[in-house]
Design a protein around this ligand. Structure first.
Ligand code: SAM
Length: 344
């Protein structure tokens, strides 16, 4: 089934339950055919909430009056080792966008690579080509940089920055042989269904390795605190349509979606096209402070307890939890990595 933009728009606007369930069933079959029955478990370490950006939706934006923290490099490495001990095959290192770690990331990546078998995803925002290259050569295989919305005016209005620059970063990351994740926020104030359809068309055209799709959640203390949250069913539709459009991208049941649906409903998300889930292994003292939106799931649960619960839910969905690295199923990153290594 090759979806056109009008097909996508039509599915985004249907409110007939039978048609919505049919869409989810198609996405589920495509997930089974192209990515199989494993759900990959990734650990996330939110190592600093210091951010120079002032995105209107985000609870750790520069002007938010919150306590800031920055984990030390050896704490981050120990935390990654702990993630491996728990059985994870991939660790995501995420932070607000800041330059404090610019000259430390390569060492952190090397230390994790020397002491574990983990695949590493960086999610630290917009950097220069040279920095991305340095981190890739140090051993980071993946990078997550959501484009948030493909509507460039809305992007600028909400972030104060330019979508072109973000897209340039994504192009560099692809060129450098990273497995690249992008993604969007569903239900942003001012966003239309056509914007969401454009996001999905973009996911297919760019052939991203991973897609993070989550609802907008209003956060107190931000300019958007009084706006309604993104609709979970609309978010599930975007996930399902993205699965159908991209076939074999890795698509997580995002923390934001699990937050609005309730963490005990994750099995539903796995039957609408998702095949990945992230567990938070950030030490509790910091985890509480990485409050990009309120009510975030897995804030107070111990990582072991959360892992046991999510594995049960994956099994309830008829799928298999996997602690393998779960690399991208696409081929572009391999070709570009070869090019980089013969040059570098
Ligand atoms: N600095 C990195 C970057 O810019 O990619 C990563 C950190 S950023 C806090 C991680 C993600 O949080 C963003 O890509 C955005 O989609 C999401 N986010 C922030 N505030 C949100 C909100 N109120 N609701 C839903 N998602 C939000």
């Amino acid at each position: 089934m090759e979806l056109t933009k009008p097909d996508i728009l039509r599915y985004l606007s249907v409110d007939n339950e039978d048609e919505i369930l049919e869409l989810f069933r198609i996405a589920d079959r495509i997930r089974e055919k192209f990515v199989g029955n494993k759900v990959y478990l990734r650990a996330i370490i939110e190592f600093s909430n210091i951010c120079r950006n002032d995105c209107r939706y985000c609870g750790i934006r520069r002007s938010a009056r919150i306590r800031r923290y920055a984990m030390k490099p050896d704490e981050i490495v120990r935390c990654a080792q702990y993630a491996e001990d728990l059985g994870y095959g991939t660790v995501v290192l995420q932070s607000g966008e800041n330059s404090l770690y610019d000259d430390k990331i390569a060492d952190i990546v090397r230390a994790i690579k020397e002491t574990t078998n983990l695949a590493i995803v960086l999610s630290i925002g917009e950097k220069s080509y040279e920095q991305y290259r340095e981190y890739r050569l140090a051993g980071a295989e993946r990078y997550l940089l959501k484009h948030e919305t493909s509507n460039s005016e809305l992007f600028h209005e909400l972030t104060g920055r330019s979508l072109d620059r973000r897209l340039q970063c994504l192009r560099w990351l692809i060129e450098l042989g990273y497995q690249v994740g992008s993604g969007n926020i569903v239900g942003l104030p001012g966003q239309t269904l056509e914007d969401l359809a454009n996001d999905i068309v973009m996911f297919r055209e760019w052939d991203f390795d991973m897609l993070g799709i989550g609802p907008f959640i209003p956060c107190y203390g931000t300019p958007l605190e009084n706006n309604p949250a993104g609709d979970p069913v609309l978010t599930l539709k975007v996930i399902a349509l993205s699965r159908i459009a991209t076939k074999n991208a890795h698509i997580p049941a995002t923390t934001a979606l699990r937050t609005v649906m309730g963490d005990d409903k994750s099995h539903v998300i796995f039957r609408c096209g998702a095949n990945v889930v992230m567990g938070n292994v950030t030490p509790l003292e910091y985890r509480k402070l990485y409050r990009i939106y309120p009510g975030k799931v897995c804030i107070f649960k111990e990582p072991e307890e959360w892992l046991n619960d999510i594995k049960e839910q994956i099994k309830d969905a008829g799928l298999r939890p996997s602690g393998e690295a779960g690399h991208s199923l696409k081929k572009t990153w391999i070709k570009n990595s070869m090019k980089l290594l013969s040059l570098g």
